[in-house]
Ligand binder design. Structure first.
Ligand SMILES: Cc1ncc(COP(=O)(O)O)c(C=O)c1O
Length: 381
């Protein structure tokens, strides 16, 4: 038998070794056969599998309460692998306007391939039955949504999906498994941009899809075919990030709530959206499906114009002006100009992404520093 690449020294190292080999020497044709027939776990070629990646897959699966997990190169690779694995020409897909902006681009590709797509506003998710067709095969949602932090009732969406035998996919990037476990609420698969809170340090890109063993096999086939396997170094960084994930998630949620409570009282802020405020839309649903708090993501409109929002961001001294989210540093951006830029303007405005809407991702800094920074920047507009 080949040596287990994870225990090459007899005792197991405290950190999973970074195995950056592309290929592995076959000890014999018999070993090749055993690996090919699935009789033993073994490694042959990086696009198929890698032990450093496999170790972190097991960790993320456990966090989501899944049987297994596929890790891939980016969050959008994960979402696209889900579409490619389960949808066929003629199938109907329900998507929400309030999903990460790159889905719009992917949707143009899917339409070219014969997928029929309906877009809904997450605020109208309770009307989903009106949009379900006999051909609906998938409902794909985020909750809370990016960027407007709208909350969708996962269990209700599962009931709607079951009426036609469709799959329910939940992108859990905003909530993270610390606050929400979609598989327990009825999702068939949970997707992550592991670039965000799972990695947590703005230094790696990765995607994750967690679900059943059967789904792992199907998604593994797609990943192996199209070559979206994560590199071992990024997998190791992700493993390192996951060691502090819960502590970071706890602090991000405390900071998120403190910032939301501060902004809720501020006269220059409107349309504040944070799922943990008692007067938030769907607060009752948030309390039912989220736990340990409500995460570190919020959105709000600053002043009346794009210039007001730009001035506010320019004046910030502690908080960074950058895209991405879920990291140690607090970040802000104007989604209209960044993450949602590729959507036609009328689509962005139609569901509430205005040119003075700001998305904030709370980091793990000391909360008073963040609130003082927001206060001094708002005082200047
Ligand atoms: C909710 C959500 N899903 C998916 C993605 C895509 O992730 P990635 O940038 O890792 O491809 C993002 C990116 O911001 C996101 O916010």
């Amino acid at each position: 038998m080949p040596k287990d690449p994870l225990t090459p020294y007899g005792n197991r190292p405290m950190v999973t070794p970074i195995v950056h080999a592309v290929n592995y020497e076959y000890e014999s044709f018999e070993v090749l056969r055993q690996i090919t027939d699935g009789e033993v776990d073994g490694y042959t070629y990086h696009r198929d599998d890698n032990p450093t990646v496999r170790a972190v897959e097991k960790t993320v699966a456990a966090m989501e309460g899944a049987e297994d997990c596929i890790i891939c190169t980016t969050g959008m690779a994960a979402c696209t692998m889900v579409y490619l694995t389960y949808l066929h020409a003629g199938d109907h897909l329900i998507l929400f306007h309030d999903v990460y902006g790159a889905h719009y681009k992917v949707s143009l590709i899917l339409e070219r391939m014969g997928i029929d797509i309906t877009w809904l506003d997450a605020a109208h998710s309770h009307l989903i039955d009106e949009h379900i067709k006999d051909t609906t095969r998938m409902i794909f949602l985020e909750t809370p949504t990016n960027p407007l932090c709208k909350v969708i009732d996962i269990a209700a969406m599962r009931q709607a999906a079951d009426r036609v035998g469709a799959m329910l996919i939940v992108d859990n990037t905003f909530a993270t498994p610390y606050h929400q476990r979609p598989l327990e609420l009825g999702a068939h698969l949970v997707v992550h941009s592991a670039t965000k809170a799972l990695g947590g340090h703005n230094d790696l890109m990765a995607g994750a899809i967690a679900g059943s063993k059967d789904d792992y096999d199907k998604l593994w086939f797609t990943r192996q075919a199209i070559g979206t396997t994560l590199d071992a170094y990024s997998a190791s960084l992700l493993e390192r990030g996951l060691k502090t994930f819960e502590l970071r998630a706890q602090r991000m949620a405390e900071n998120g709530l403190a910032i939301a409570e501060f902004l809720a009282q501020h006269p220059k802020i409107s349309h504040l959206s944070y799922p943990g405020l008692p007067d938030a839309n769907q607060y009752e649903v948030s309390c039912r499906q989220m736990k340990n708090g409500f995460g570190g993501m919020l959105s709000f409109d600053v002043g009346d114009t794009e210039d007001d929002a730009k001035k506010f961001i320019t004046e910030l001294e502690v908080i960074y002006h950058a895209v991405s989210l879920g990291a140690t540093e607090t970040l802000v951006c104007i989604p209209y100009l960044t993450t949602m830029l590729y959507l036609p303007p009328e689509r962005r405005l139609g569901f509430g992404v205005l040119n003075n809407t700001v998305r904030l991702s709370a980091g793990i800094e000391e909360p008073d520093r963040l609130i003082n920074d927001l206060k001094q920047a708002l005082d200047k507009i």
